[in-house]
Each structure stands twice: as structure tokens, then as C-alpha cells.
Write a protein that binds this ligand. Structure first.
Ligand code: ADP
Length: 516
């Protein structure tokens, strides 16, 4: 069952469908999750950049101009670290300025602001908040609230939102993952940005809701995929059942056709085109088989019939001779009749054997090159007596022509045709024999002025045991196998034999055999 076409089709269909659905589902899932993470990362980056921009912005309200504001080349005393300074990406170092009173590193510019500096720093730190839109968007629950933390370049925390995970608050910026690339920490997505002086900003938020949505999507896609797979399998099962049904019908009909009922045919209507063609081929094969069986049956019946006649003659004459004592001449006459009948039987059996050999492909000519003209001469000598008996004149126009084949078999063909031309001729008629070439063939034609053959008999004269005029044939000693034998021999020589005839006027038989 599992080796059937239907199961093979079904399993391939299922495997391909499952593979296609899986591929489509996986591609969709990865594309959707990638897009979602891209969106989240862009939001985090936006918020991080806002925070960095606020760090860079100079204090809005400074009551006292900062001391030591006179910038020295290479050491700008700005808070933001932008503008002319030690160079982009390089945090200002204390070594860049004059040493402090304790001889240590130079003080940070904002440390030198005095009491006002406290105000400005407080102001700056108060301003350090992610954009309100970003916060509001995720403030449905405290779990989802975005968090942020800002470190100074030396690693001190400038500001951290209250919900920043403790583990991050205890992490040094140097231990954070590479800045500029968002990363996943548990259910949280985080992004670290660094400005030129080396201040770090980390913005993060829980992506649990997004993960849940993605999981839900996986479930929905799996359920939909399973549904589509089931529907697809069911559809495939229906289609394959419909496709295979005509095969079942063909098998059933073919099974019902046996030697005894070869007349059955597969109905070709409503059969799909490919199977319809198969059904037509099978029907043609059945027709040929039926014809061959009928021919074989007819052949056996004809052969039996032909054999029975001489056998009956032998049997009845022997019985009659033995019924009482006979004279020597009567016994002699009986034996002569039996001899004649057995001779007829012998000829018939030899013809049948030759045809059986031809059918089995055993009529292989012994190939030798020979000239047809002397062969025709020999055959004419053989039939000369018969022609003389019937007063038939034979005209010849024989040109030498070489063929390759079996001389004896070709001789048998010529003798058969000459015998027929004399037998089926009218008293005092004539026969004309011609040899020559016709293209690549040697041509032998034998034309007579005999009874001719009616059009309806012409296509059958080469069939076994076929006689156009059975009475005349029997009277002439024919058995209806002569032309069939001629055809088998000529075809074994890769040649052709044909006949043209007009009833009451005569017939012409033409034999073509490839030239040597
Ligand atoms: P048969 O032994 O009866 O002659 P053939 O096979 O030689 O058998 O011929 C088949 C039939 O073809 C003959 O019975 C005869 O009716 C017809 N036939 C053959 N040759 C000729 C011919 N030359 N003229 C007329 N009819 C012929």
C-alpha cells in the first residue's frame, strides 16, 4: 500500500507543503522580530541621543561667569567636552590643565565654578531625562518603564533613573558591552552611547511585552500552518484519489479481459488525457491480441481441415481395400491414391513448418550473392511440363541482376508464382516473366492472362489458407499457403511482394529484393 503511486504522491506533497509552510513561517517570524528589534533599538538610540545632547548643552542659567574661562589651546574648560579641546573622542584630562593646589590633576571646570557651579550641575542633572514621549509610551506598568543611567568619564554616576536595575548601577561603564550596539540583558533591551569626553549613557527598557507578542505570533503561525497543512493534505488526498481512480478502472477492465473474452475494451471517455492515451494504447494492444488470437484459431482450424481431407482419403481407401480381398491392380490403385494423399499432406506439413519457422524468426536466409536470371531459368524448366499441359506460352525478358540471399528460398518464391500464373490462367493463355532493376531493388514481375482476382480478395491473397476461388484452388491442388510462404520469404530478404489484377484479364505479381 505504501509503495503505491498514490502514497508516494501524497507523502511528497505533504513533505513539500510542510517544508514550504515551515520556511515561510520561519522567514516571516525572523523578519517581523528583526523589524521589531530595529524599531526598539531606534527608540533607545533616540532617547540616548537626547540624553547626550542634554549633557552637551551648557547650563541655561549661570549667574557668575566661570573663572579660568580663558581657554588655553588644547584645554577648553567647557563641561560638555565638545568644541576646541584635546580632540574628538578624547576625554579631557587633568594633565591638560594647570596642576591643582594639591599638585594633583587639574580641577574639572565645573568644580571651579564655586557655589554657582552647584546650581548649574543641579540644573544639568535635573534636565537629564529621556524624552517624555518615550517614557509615557511604556509607562503602563512600572515593569515596562524605560530606565537610564549616565556616567561621568571617570565612571561616577551623574544620574540614574530610580528603576535602573541594581546590577547596572554597580557596573562600571568600562565593563559594559561595546557602545553603539543594542544588546539583550534578560527580558531587557539596552543601548550604551558614549560622547567625546567619554561620558556613558545607558538606556534600556523591558521588551517582555514584545517577546510575548512574538511568542503569540509563533503560536498563531503554527496553528495556521497546521490548518493549511491539514487542508492541503486533504485536498491532495482528494486530487490523488481522483487521479488514480481511472487507473483502477483500467486495471479492472484489463483484468477482466482474458483469452476467452478479448473483445472487452477500456472506456476512454472521461479519462484524463495521459491516462486516456494509455487506455487507447491498451485498447489497440487488445485489438491486436484479439486479431492474433482469431488468426491463430482460424489458422489451426484451416490447417486441421486441410490435413483432414487427405487423411480421410487415405483412411477410407485403406478401409475399403481391406473390406474384402482385392486384385493386385485394385490394391495398387488404392496404394497410389494413398501415396498421392500423403504427398499432399507432406507438402502441407512442410508449408506449415516453414511458416511456423518464419513466425518464430527462424527463416534466416543463408546469404550468398547470386544472379536471379539463371534461377528464373531453372524455375521455368520446373514448370515447363505444367505449362505445356495447359497450353500456356511463357515469354521472358530476363536481364542479369545480382541479389544477396538464399538461392533455394528465392527459387521457391519464383516457382510458386509461376505455378499460380499457369494454374489460374485460361487454356492457351500466356505468362510473361521480366527481371531487371527498380531503384535499389532487383525486380521480378510475373504477369498472366488468367482469371484475375476480384478487388475484395486482393488484400487477402497473401493471408494463410486464403483462396479467392476455393474450388478452383483445390482442384488445382493448392492449399492456400503458397502466397503466404512467398511473402514470409521475401520479407525475410528485406523485400516486398505486391499484386495488381483485373478480374477476367489477368494478374501481375511483383517481387522486389534489395540489390547486392
Ligand atoms: P493456392 O494454393 O490456393 O494457390 P496461394 O496462396 O498460392 O494458394 O494463392 C492464394 C489464392 O490467390 C489462390 O487461391 C487464388 O485464388 C489466388 N491467386 C493466386 N495467384 C493467382 C493468379 N496468378 N491469378 C489469379 N488468382 C491467383
Amino acid at each position: 500500500m505504501f509503495k503505491s503511486i498514490r502514497w508516494t504522491l501524497q507523502s511528497w506533497h505533504a513533505a513539500l507543503l510542510a517544508l514550504a509552510l515551515l520556511g515561510f513561517g520561519a522567514a516571516s517570524y525572523f523578519e517581523i522580530s528583526r523589524a521589531r528589534y530595529k524599531e526598539i533599538d531606534a527608540e533607545l538610540e533616540g532617547a540616548g541621543n537626547v540624553l547626550l545632547a542634554k549633557l552637551r548643552r551648557p547650563p541655561a542659567r549661570l549667574t557668575t561667569p566661570p573663572i579660568n574661562r580663558r581657554p588655553r589651546p588644547g584645554n577648553p574648560p567647557e563641561f560638555n567636552g565638545d568644541g576646541p579641546g584635546p580632540g574628538p573622542g578624547r576625554p579631557p584630562r587633568r594633565e591638560d590643565g594647570p596642576p591643582g593646589p594639591d599638585g594633583g590633576p587639574p580641577p574639572r571646570p565645573e568644580d571651579q565654578l564655586g557655589p554657582d557651579n552647584q546650581t548649574s550641575r543641579a540644573f544639568v542633572e535635573r534636565e537629564i531625562e529621556p524624552p517624555p514621549g518615550f517614557v509615557q509610551r511604556y509607562s503602563a506598568t512600572t515593569d515596562e518603564m524605560p530606565y537610564f543611567i549616565v556616567w561621568r568619564e571617570d565612571g561616577d554616576i551623574i544620574k540614574a533613573s530610580p528603576n535602573t536595575p541594581a546590577v547596572i548601577q554597580h557596573t562600571k561603564p568600562a565593563d559594559l558591552v561595546a557602545p553603539g550596539r543594542a544588546h539583550q540583558r534578560g527580558p531587557n533591551r539596552e543601548l550604551v552611547l558614549v560622547d567625546a569626553p567619554g561620558r556613558h549613557v545607558l538606556v534600556g527598557r523591558s521588551v517582555q511585552r514584545d517577546l510575548d507578542q512574538l511568542h503569540r505570533l509563533v503560536w498563531i503561525m503554527s496553528a495556521t500552518g497546521a490548518g493549511v497543512l491539514l487542508v492541503g493534505l486533504f485536498g491532495g488526498w482528494l486530487v490523488s484519489r481522483k487521479a488514480v481512480r481511472p487507473i483502477d478502472a483500467i486495471s479492472a477492465t484489463a483484468e477482466s479481459i482474458s483469452a476467452s473474452s478479448l473483445s472487452g475494451r477500456i472506456p476512454v471517455d472521461n479519462v484524463p488525457s495521459e491516462l486516456g492515451k494509455l487506455a487507447q494504447v491498451l485498447n489497440a494492444t487488445f485489438a491486436r491480441l484479439e486479431g492474433a488470437f482469431a488468426q491463430q484459431t482460424r489458422f489451426t482450424a484451416d490447417a486441421s481441415h486441410e490435413l483432414r481431407t487427405p487423411l480421410s482419403v487415405i483412411h477410407s481407401h485403406a478401409e475399403l481395400a481391406l473390406s474384402r480381398d482385392r486384385s493386385a491392380s485394385e490394391y495398387r490403385q488404392t496404394l497410389e491414391t494413398c501415396l498421392k494423399a500423403s504427398g499432399r499432406m507432406k507438402g502441407l506439413v512442410e508449408s506449415l513448418l516453414l511458416l511456423a519457422r518464419a513466425d518464430a524468426g527462424g527463416l534466416k536466409p543463408e546469404v550468398a550473392r547470386f544472379n536471379v536470371r539463371p534461377v528464373v531459368d531453372d524455375c521455368l524448366n520446373l514448370v515447363a511440363t505444367l505449362a505445356k499441359e495447359r497450353g500456356i506460352t511463357i515469354d521472358t525478358d530476363l536481364r542479369p541482376v545480382d541479389v544477396e540471399g538464399d538461392l533455394t528460398q528465392v527459387g521457391q518464391v519464383i516457382t510458386n508464382l509461376l505455378t499460380n500464373a499457369i494454374r489460374y490462367n485460361r487454356e492457351g493463355g500466356s505468362v510473361r516473366v521480366w527481371t531487371g532493376t527498380d531503384g535499389k531493388y532487383a525486380l521480378l514481375s510475373i504477369a498472366d492472362t488468367g482469371v484475375g482476382i476480384a478487388d475484395e480478395h486482393l488484400p487477402h491473397v497473401f493471408d494463410r489458407f486464403y483462396r479467392a476461388d476455393a474450388a478452383r484452388s483445390r482442384k488445382a491442388g493448392g492449399n492456400g499457403l503458397g502466397l503466404a510462404i512467398c511473402k514470409s520469404i521475401v520479407e525475410a530478404h528485406h523485400g516486398t511482394i505486391s499484386v495488381t489484377s483485373r478480374l477476367g484479364e489477368g494478374s501481375t505479381f511483383c517481387v522486389r529484393i534489395p540489390l547486392a
